[in-house]
Design a protein around this ligand. Structure first.
Ligand code: WT7
Length: 653
């Protein structure tokens, strides 16, 4: 392919951790030839073990792979204690609130704050190793303390994104069987307070019997209800806690956290991550992919409710001893220069965000970056969805001044850390292309039988060998784990991990992600199962049938398009506006505002095969207003296609 390539800046490459493609290839060859030796080397070099492991990888119970067998460690010692010696007064977290309030937390302060919160959880609430703790938190330092306090005690945290509804929160609390919920009264967004605690109250109203205590961080000091013997103020309890708390000795394979994500059924999956493998790769990718140096200040704009926030706001940067920026607000408030103002003020070296944010910032302030001094930037990252070339170019030229490397990082909740990404000092970059697998990661684009796809053709994006930071299981459902990830492709007689994404490899081996091939859609980098949205919509009393598809969207990547069949087909069009509002209210209540549909069309029926399967491909094509190329004669009622197209025309969608 004769595409433009962007080579790393000379100076950046000269000082980089991986300086050229030869070094990259050497690492990759090493991993290919001696897979266990490769990982053994890094696990010994990077991790501070309490006691060493006896074996690198155990594949005997595939796909339930185990890493660093019998090794003992505590992730908070990796992230905090070991830095105290040489970095005690270094900023661990730089926090900026929505309204511009600032806080710098040094490693020593982080150590104390985490220990105090751990003592609080243990002494006041009886939290122990293995207990589940759900966090429903805003982006404030206490969210990081809470995650790390759990890790200190060996409790398993499960962060639920603050945009999820009470219903969605309840499902996740119940599935995890959480003993404690940590939340905040609320926080600030776009200059105004918003609330979280009332959502927790609502979630705990029915069910959630496992929950004994709720810890409330007072952030916006708004009036909230306090339920006696259940709700406690962090601010009040924490002051009397000792700032030393012994770290629990954890096994490499003990669960570190759960994080719920969407799959192709209606029920979210509790992705379970481990201790050692996860923290190893979080740290290594931090160093390799962002080319992290001792004095760097790193800013990832994700929310801690997503895996990106776990790995690249909290665990990765802290394990690497970096300074991580945490931001409560949104990058467009008070104006489209907010993010660039922060880059200038904190002299940020690596900036990591989602294509959606880049598109919005581009649209709102094409030349905004020029008003600020962004010369500290060295590496720019993107994640969560495919980035389009115009957004990539703007990012590269206007934000990065043509000097920074852009790392288009492909990975997933399940992979724990980056899998495919350019290396800033080495990889010649093709715009909007994730490029090559990282050293040690056997990512391949294959056919279901394991054979490589022809260059330029789409195949299944698979990881053909286990890797340390991989998902260990789905909480409480090992069968679903095996079935969801290890039943679509086989290589050399062995089931391999299939990501759910399609990808294309060009004749130079560059991998471009084409997007999900399953029934998962990606709205503004948020991953949502169509089945989840459908089962929410079905709760509306007038809905008989529903099918949800993704429709390409200029800003969000994809938008949610719902086809509805009403129980009472007599319903006239006049009521549609009202109905749309009601349906979106149902979605907001069941899942959260992030899952609201952009288009809702009432149709007389859905295109189904004779066996009753809804042909989503047809619905996707209709939503995109593309001609139907596929054979519709196999449909139970082929005339339905024309009727649906007409319904769309009438509704103006
Ligand atoms: C899905 C995973 C991993 C952190 C954020 C999302 C899509 C992710 C890229 C990229 C194209 C991407 C994939 C993947 N995705 N990164 N660089 N280019 N697509 O985590 O919620 O688990 O979603 O996000 O479709 O499967 P997630």
């Amino acid at each position: 392919m004769l595409e433009e390539k962007y080579y790393p800046d000379r100076k950046l490459a000269k000082d980089a951790r991986i300086r050229n493609m030869c070094e990259y290839r050497e690492l990759m060859e090493w991993a290919k030839e001696d897979y266990e030796g490769f990982w053994d080397h890094w696990a010994k070099e990077k991790i501070e073990w309490i006691s060493p492991y006896s074996k690198v990888l155990d594949e005997s119970d595939a796909p339930f792979y185990k890493w660093f067998i019998d090794g003992k460690l505590n992730v908070t010692q990796q992230c905090i204690d070991r830095h105290i010696e040489i970095r005690k007064n270094k900023a661990a977290i730089i926090f900026e609130g929505d309204r511009g309030d600032k806080q710098i937390i040094t490693y020593l302060e982080l150590y104390r704050n985490v220990n105090r919160m751990a003592n609080l959880l243990r002494n006041e609430f009886g939290v122990q190793k293995g207990d589940r703790v759900v966090l429903y938190m805003p982006m404030i330092p206490e969210a990081a303390y809470a995650m790390l306090a759990c890790a200190r005690l060996g409790a398993i945290h499960s962060v639920v994104f603050g945009g999820f509804s009470a219903e969605a929160l309840r499902d996740r609390i119940e599935d995890a069987g959480a003993k404690v919920v940590i939340t905040a009264d609320g926080a600030f967004r776009k200059g105004k307070p918003y609330m979280l605690k009332p959502v927790v109250d609502e979630a705990l109203k029915n069910g959630c019997e496992s929950v004994e205590k709720v810890l409330v961080v007072q952030r916006n000091f708004a009036d909230i209800a306090w339920i006696g013997a259940r709700d406690y103020s962090y601010n009040e309890l924490v002051v009397s806690q000792p700032d030393e708390c012994e770290a629990e000795t954890m096994d490499s394979e003990d669960p570190l956290f759960l994080l719920y994500t969407s799959g192709s059924t209606g029920k979210p999956k509790g992705v379970q991550h481990s201790q050692a493998g996860y923290i190893l790769w979080a740290q290594m990718t931090m160093e390799w992919v962002f080319d992290l140096k001792e004095n760097d200040t790193f800013w990832c704009t994700a929310d801690i409710g997503w895996i990106t926030g776990h790995t690249y706001i909290v665990y990765g940067p802290l394990a690497a001893g970096a300074t991580t920026v945490m931001f409560e607000g949104v990058p467009t408030y008070p104006d489209a220069g907010r993010a660039w103002k922060m880059v200038e003020e904190y002299r940020i070296n690596q900036f990591y965000t989602a294509p959606t944010a880049i598109r919005v910032l581009h649209k709102l302030g094409e030349s905004e970056p020029q008003k600020y001094n962004l010369s500290s930037l060295r590496v720019l990252g993107t994640v969560g969805e495919p980035i389009d070339p115009p957004a990539w170019k703007w990012y590269y030229e206007s934000v990065g001044g043509g000097r920074c490397s852009i790392v288009d990082t492909w990975w997933q909740t399940e992979t724990g850390g980056h899998m495919i990404s350019p290396l800033p000092g080495a990889t010649p970059i093709k715009p909007a292309c994730a490029t090559f697998p990282l050293p040690g990661i056997m990512a391949e684009v294959i056919e279901p039988d394991g054979s490589p796809v022809k260059s330029g053709e789409q195949g299944l994006l698979c990881i053909t060998r286990p890797w340390p930071s991989m998902i260990r299981t789905i909480w409480g459902d090992p069968e679903r784990f095996a079935k969801s990830y290890f039943s679509d492709a086989v290589k050399d007689g062995r089931a391999v991990y299939f990501s759910g994404d399609g990808a294309v490899v060009d004749d130079e081996g560059y991998i471009t992600i084409t997007g999900r091939v399953d029934d998962v859609i990606n709205v503004s980098g948020h991953r949502m199962g169509t089945a989840e949205i459908e089962s929410a919509i079905k709760k509306h009393p007038h809905v008989a049938e529903v099918a949800v598809v993704g429709k390409p969207d200029e800003l969000k990547g994809e938008s949610i398009f719902a086809y509805i069949v009403l129980k009472d087909t007599e319903s006239g069009l006049g009521e549609e506006v009202e109905l749309n509002r009601e349906i979106n209210d149902v979605i907001a209540g069941e899942i959260g505002n992030i899952a609201k549909a952009d288009s809702i069309v009432v149709v007389p029926g859905l295109p189904k095969t004779r066996s009753g399967k809804v042909m989503r491909r047809i619905l996707r094509a209709i939503a995109k207003k593309e001609p139907i190329t596929q054979d519709i004669s196999t449909l139970e009622d082929p005339s339905i296609v024309g009727k649906i197209e007409n319904a769309l025309k009438c509704s103006g969608c």
